[in-house]
Design a protein around this ligand. Structure first.
Ligand code: PLP
Length: 471
C-alpha cells in the first residue's frame, strides 16, 4: 500500500490491526491496567513513547511503597538495631527477588545493587583485570556507558576492538563475528560486551553469542538495560558473566537503583581499585591494610539505597503479576503495525516520509524504532524540529543519538575520516553545536520512539497520525 491519504478513524484502524495481529486481544488485561494504574496518561492526553528512556510506574507500586515506609521504622542497615535489622531484611529480600525474577541461581549469580546500569558497568570496567595483550571487544552498537569501559582497558594497555554493524538492518554479520572472537588473548583477561537489545535500532543481538564467546576465552558482559523491560532474560538458560540493569526502565519506580548481576566465579576475577564503607570486613589506618567483604558486599559502596530497594521488589512483583510474556506480545504487535504503516507513508511525488534505521520487520527486534523524516525534496527534517512538533502534540519521544554514538555514526553515514577531522580541529572541548557544524549537511541524530508495558493501540495510532501530518 502506498499512502498519501489519511488514516481510517481510530476504531476501524483498530479492527484492521486486530485482523493482522489477533494475538493482541490476549493482552486486553493491559488495557484495563492502563485505565486503572496508568490513568494519568489519558487524563493528561499524553502519548508516551520513550520507554527505552524510562518505564512508567503503576499507582499501586507507589501506594505499596509509601504504605511500607509509613508503617515501619527503617534505619541504616550497617548495624543490628531493630530499625537496622528491618532494612537489612528488606534489602536482602529485594536481592532474592531480583535473582528469582531472572531465574539466577543464588549460588551461581550475585545481585549487586548500584545506582543505575551505568554504575554497574563502571564497577566492571574499573575492576576488570585488563593488562597488556588483553582485549576489550565490543559492538559499535552500544550505550556510551559500555563504550566508556574502553578507557579503563586503554589505561591498562589492553587492545580495544569494535565490531561494526551492517546497514540496513544494523545487525552483525555472524561470520565476521568469528574473526573478532579469534582475537582473544589465550588465557588472558578478555571482555566482550554487547547489548541484548539495542537502545538505538531495537535489534536483538543473539544470546547464543554468550556461550560461543565464553568457549573462546572471553568473559561476556550482556547489557540488558533496554531488553529487560519487555523480554524475559532467563539466566538459567543464558549465562553471561555480567548483566547491568536499571530498574526504572523496567517498571518506572524507583529511579536511582540498578543492579549488576554477576556470576560469582567472574566476580572473583575482578580487582576492586579501592575500598569504601560497606565493602570491607576490616580496614586499618595504622595497619595500612584492608580486607574486602565476600561476594556482593565488596561491590556495594557506602550505604545502599535501603528505603528504595523494597520498591524494587514491589516493581518486580508488579511485572511478575502482569507477565513479561504478555507485555512482550503486546509490544510486538504494536511495533509490527507501526513499522508497516510508517514505512508506507509517502509524499505525493513518491518520496518516502521516513527512513528507518534497523530491521523493518518484527523478527528479532524489540519495540524501539529509530528514524528520520524527509521532505518531498528528499531533504531530512531536523530531528529537533520533529521533537518540537511532537511536544506540541503532547507526544513524548526522544531525539538525538541516545548515548549510542557507534550505531548513530553507522546509521547516519558519518565516516571515520570525517570524525577524525572534527576531533583534531577541536581544542579541549567540542560542543554538540561545533560537532553539528563539523559534519555539515549530515543529520547528527534521529527520532526514537519506544513502546512498553502501558502502550496501547491509540498511542501508536496517534503517532502515525502525527507522522502523516508531516506529509
Ligand atoms: C542499552 C542501555 N545500556 C545502558 C544504559 C544506561 O542506563 P542508565 O542511564 O540508567 O545508567 C541505557 C540507558 O538508556 C541503555 O539504554
Amino acid at each position: 500500500m502506498t499512502s498519501t491519504s489519511s488514516l481510517p478513524p481510530l476504531e476501524s484502524a483498530y479492527q484492521d490491526f486486530l485482523q493482522s495481529y489477533p494475538s493482541y486481544l490476549d493482552t486486553r488485561s493491559l488495557d484495563d491496567l492502563r485505565q486503572g494504574e496508568y490513568a494519568r496518561l489519558d487524563a493528561a492526553g499524553q502519548v508516551y513513547l520513550d520507554y527505552t528512556g524510562g518505564g512508567l510506574y503503576a499507582e499501586t507500586q507507589l501506594r505499596q511503597h509509601i504504605e511500607l515506609l509509613r508503617q515501619h521504622v527503617f534505619g541504616n542497615p550497617h548495624s543490628t538495631s531493630p530499625a537496622s535489622d528491618l532494612s537489612t531484611r528488606l534489602v536482602e529480600q529485594a536481592r532474592q527477588a531480583v535473582l528469582r525474577f531472572f531465574n539466577a541461581a543464588p549460588d551461581e549469580y550475585a545481585a549487586i545493587f548500584t545506582a543505575n546500569a551505568s554504575s554497574a558497568l563502571k564497577l566492571v570496567g574499573e575492576s576488570f583485570p585488563f593488562g597488556p595483550g588483553d582485549h576489550y571487544l565490543l559492538t559499535f552498537d552500544n550505550h556510551n556507558s559500555v563504550n566508556g569501559i574502553r578507557e579503563f582497558a586503554r589505561a591498562h594497555g589492553a587492545e580495544i576492538t569494535y565490531i561494526p554493524v551492517q546497514l540496513p538492518d544494523m545487525r552483525i554479520d555472524e561470520e565476521c563475528l568469528q574473526g573478532f572472537l579469534n582475537l582473544a588473548m589465550p588465557g588472558g583477561s578478555n571482555l566482550f560486551a554487547f547489548p541484548a537489545q539495542s537502545n538505538f535500532s531495537g535489534v536483538q543481538h543473539p544470546l547464543e553469542w554468550i556461550a560461543r564467546a565464553q568457549e573462546q576465552d572471553w568473559m561476556v558482559m550482556l547489557d540488558a538495560a533496554a531488553f529487560a523491560p519487555t523480554n524475559r532474560l532467563d539466566l538459567g538458560r543464558w549465562q553471561p558473566d555480567f548483566v547491568p540493569l536499571s530498574f526504572y526502565k523496567m517498571f518506572g519506580y524507583p529511579t536511582g537503583v540498578g543492579c549488576l548481576l554477576a556470576r560469582r566465579a567472574a566476580l572473583e576475577k575482578l580487582h576492586r581499585p579501592w575500598f569504601a564503607g560497606g565493602t570491607i570486613t576490616v580496614a586499618s589506618v595504622q595497619g595500612d591494610k584492608y580486607y574486602l567483604a565476600p561476594g556482593e558486599a565488596a561491590f556495594e559502596e557506602g550505604t545502599v539505597n535501603y528505603l528504595n530497594l523494597p520498591a524494587v521488589e514491589i516493581g518486580l512483583n508488579h511485572l511478575g503479576t502482569i507477565g513479561l510474556e504478555l507485555i512482550h506480545e503486546r509490544v510486538r504487535c504494536l511495533t509490527g503495525w507501526l513499522l508497516e504503516h510508517l514505512l508506507d507513508l509517502r509524499h505525493a511525488n513518491g518520496q518516502a516520509l521516513i527512513r528507518l534505521y534497523g530491521p523493518t520487520s518484527i523478527e528479532r527486534r524489540g519495540g524501539t524504532l529509530t528514524l528520520n523524516f524527509f521532505e518531498s525534496s528528499g531533504r531530512a527534517i531536523d530531528h529537533r524540529r520533529i521533537e518540537a512538533l511532537a511536544n506540541q502534540a503532547n507526544i513524548s519521544l526522544r531525539t538525538g543519538c541516545f548515548c549510542n554514538p557507534g550505531a548513530g555514526e553507522i546509521a547516519l553515514g558519518i565516516s571515520q575520516p570525517e570524525l577524525a577531522a572534527c576531533f583534531t580541529r577541536s581544542n579541549d572541548r567540542l560542543t554538540l553545536d561545533d560537532f553539528r557544524l563539523c559534519i555539515d549537511g549530515k543529520s547528527s541524530g534521529a527520532v526514537r520512539i519506544s513502546l512498553g508495558l502501558a502502550s496501547n493501540f491509540a498511542d501508536v495510532y496517534r503517532f502515525l497520525q502525527f507522522a502523516e501530518g508531516l506529509l
